[in-house]
Ligand binder design. Structure first.
Ligand code: NAD
Length: 381
């Protein structure tokens, strides 16, 4: 069978789902590989590099979709792309199945199988295919770099002949995958780093990375917002108020705020209010990684960078992984390659869609003319 990767068509998207290295691995599984010409260019992978790795270069997207049995891509497919599917094809990509009813219907009507990368269950065995985590890790790192790029001072404290420089103070709100990456980046750059999460179990992780966990004056425990399965739920009004009170105290102190707080299947909680922005020092920077879901900061504008009247820069970009396209493509292509390994038990270039397998079942959103989303919970955690 042939695996093909088209050039991403979403505006500004620089990632690619197959790299020359991942193509070599896919060929070891028995597959032929093809890419649309120029598909890897924006991520730093030339057609020549693919050719050297034994990948066929196909001139047009239409031809690529026609000749590939399995299409691996990054972004949720467009209607035009979905119309190119047929009953004998499998699509592997981000798909946003919970918010893409038309896409599911179209794929079903075409009889194609769709594997949605965001649906890979978060169980230990599937970590190597967890594209949400690999992209969140990049976003967290890049958020700090982006903040540094917009911040007029050092992160680390210094004593120089020209004077003493205090370290920057960074607050990371939300210590999931992206937040922990941001904390690690911030501490390694030498900033004094604080982090807050509604899940108290992350305090130890935060502290082991050299940051200080922010505790609230809320009953005796940190928290009421923690839910089962490692995900947050909506906080009680009392807890939310205690959280905002603490953030109001911190706002004049911190130089950089990275917000990453998300609650599954909801708009992002609003945690950094207008008065907090106003209380921040001129030159401070907020990077809102929750911008896609409405933002944690009241003033965030999705996909924009704004500067407030009091000189605070607020960054609401939603394309951080694409801004590090080489790294993001390498990790994403590896996630896809691991998915293909599980789909190819005989290493004979033939896909076996085993719906008894927790990971394959969990990620499959259409199969044999049926919509198979949402999946049942995985049998093994
Ligand atoms: P996420 O992107 O859904 O949310 C980011 C963080 O925001 C979470 O830590 C959440 O607790 C926090 N948050 C929500 N509301 C908040 C508020 N009001 N104030 C402050 N913080 C708030 O999270 P994620 O990065 O997807 O990780 C969620 C969980 O999944 C974690 O427990 C993580 O360890 C786990 N995980 C497991 C695996 C695996 O087992 N394979 C892989 C990845 C993540």
């Amino acid at each position: 069978m042939k695996i093909g990767t088209p050039k991403e068509i979403y505006e500004g998207e620089a990632r690619v789902a197959m790299t020359p290295d991942s193509a070599l691995q896919l060929q070891k599984l028995g597959y032929d590989c093809a890419i649309e010409t120029g598909a890897g260019a924006a991520a730093g992978f030339s057609d020549a590099a693919y050719e050297a790795a034994g990948v066929e270069i196909v001139k047009t997207a239409a031809a690529l979709w026609k000749e590939a049995d399995i299409i691996a891509k990054v972004r949720q497919p467009s209607e035009t792309e979905l119309k190119r599917l047929s009953g004998d094809k499998t699509l592997i990509s981000f798909f946003n199945p919970g918010g893409n009813a038309e896409g599911l219907e179209l794929a079903k009507a075409k009889g194609a199988s769709v594997i949605a990368m965001e649906m890979v269950p978060r169980i230990s065995r599937a970590q190597k295919m967890d594209a949400l985590s690999s992209m969140a890790n990049i976003a967290g790192y890049r958020a700090v770099i982006e903040a540094g790029n917009n911040f007029g001072r050092f992160f680390t404290g210094q004593i120089t002949a020209a004077g003493k420089v205090p370290p920057a103070k960074v607050l990371v709100v939300g210590a999931g995958v992206a937040g922990l990456a941001a904390i690690g980046t911030s501490t390694s750059l030498g900033a004094v780093t604080y982090a807050f999460d509604v899940r108290p179990e992350v305090a130890e992780q935060v502290e082991s990375m050299g940051a200080e966990f922010v505790y609230l004056d809320f009953e005796e425990k940190q928290q009421d917002g923690a839910a089962t399965g490692g995900y947050a739920s909506v906080s009680s009004p009392e807890f939310h108020a205690a959280q905002l009170k603490k953030f109001r105290e911190l706002a004049p102190e911190v130089d950089i705020v990275i917000t990453t707080a998300l609650i599954p299947n909801r708009e992002a909680p609003e945690l950094w209010t207008e008065d907090m922005v106003q209380a921040m020092k001129p030159g401070s920077v907020i990077v809102d990684l929750a911008a896609e879901k409405g933002g944690n900061c009241k003033l965030t504008v999705k996909d924009e960078k704004i500067v407030t009247d009091n000189g605070v820069t607020i960054i609401g970009y939603t394309d951080f992984p694409s801004r590090m396209a080489t790294q993001a493509s390498t990790l994403y292509a590896t996630n896809i390659r691991h998915m293909m390994t599980d789909l190819t038990p005989e290493k004979d270039g033939q896909i076996v869609h085993n719906m008894e397998d927790d990971v394959i079942r969990g990620a499959t959103v259409t199969h044999e003319g049926e919509i198979t989303f949402p999946p049942p919970p995985p049998k093994v955690q």
